[in-house]
Write a protein that binds this ligand. Structure first.
Ligand SMILES: [Zn+2]
Length: 150
């Protein structure tokens, strides 16, 4: 039922899938506005990454209903709730390299290299948001304790 293609390589189903929601029997269906935001994310962030690195990947978390987001312990201000943020990583590509490329080449709102440890290239994941209008181009590294710009 959710086979809607948002961009050449990404579907609505991939950007709304939540194993946590399934496990807890919580609905995770975006409203039309959130679908529009997810479409922008797929076209402006995910698709350019997919093409540049030439690697298929499935985002680990896109849209989250408020209930799912709270169950995860994330703040109510999270852009995942509006469908403006997505978490992902690419097989065999260090997350810092991926984040640097996004920072240097794409228009985005907020880019966070989450739970990243410099001594472990595969640690953490990339969180990236995009919104219509004023994107902040804010890039941060979060080591689990503090945020710093990079
Ligand atoms: Zn995120």
């Amino acid at each position: 039922m959710q086979q809607k293609q948002l961009s050449p390589h990404f579907t609505l189903d991939e950007l709304t899938h939540s194993s946590l929601a399934l496990r807890h029997g919580l609905p995770n269906q975006p409203e039309a506005g959130a679908v529009t935001n997810l479409t922008r994310l797929a076209r402006h962030i995910l698709e350019p990454v997919r093409v540049h690195f030439a690697r298929a990947f499935r985002p680990s978390s896109g849209f989250r209903s408020l209930a799912v987001n709270r169950l995860l312990g994330s703040k109510d201000s999270s852009q995942h709730i509006t469908g403006e943020a997505v978490d992902f990583e690419l097989a065999a590509i260090p997350n810092r390299l991926l984040a640097n490329w996004i920072r240097d080449n794409l228009v985005f709102d907020q880019l966070i290299l989450e739970f990243y440890r410099p001594d472990e290239p595969a640690s953490g994941w990339v969180h990236c948001s995009y919104r219509a209008g004023a994107n902040r181009q804010q890039s941060l590294i979060f080591d689990g304790i503090t945020y710093r710009e990079f």
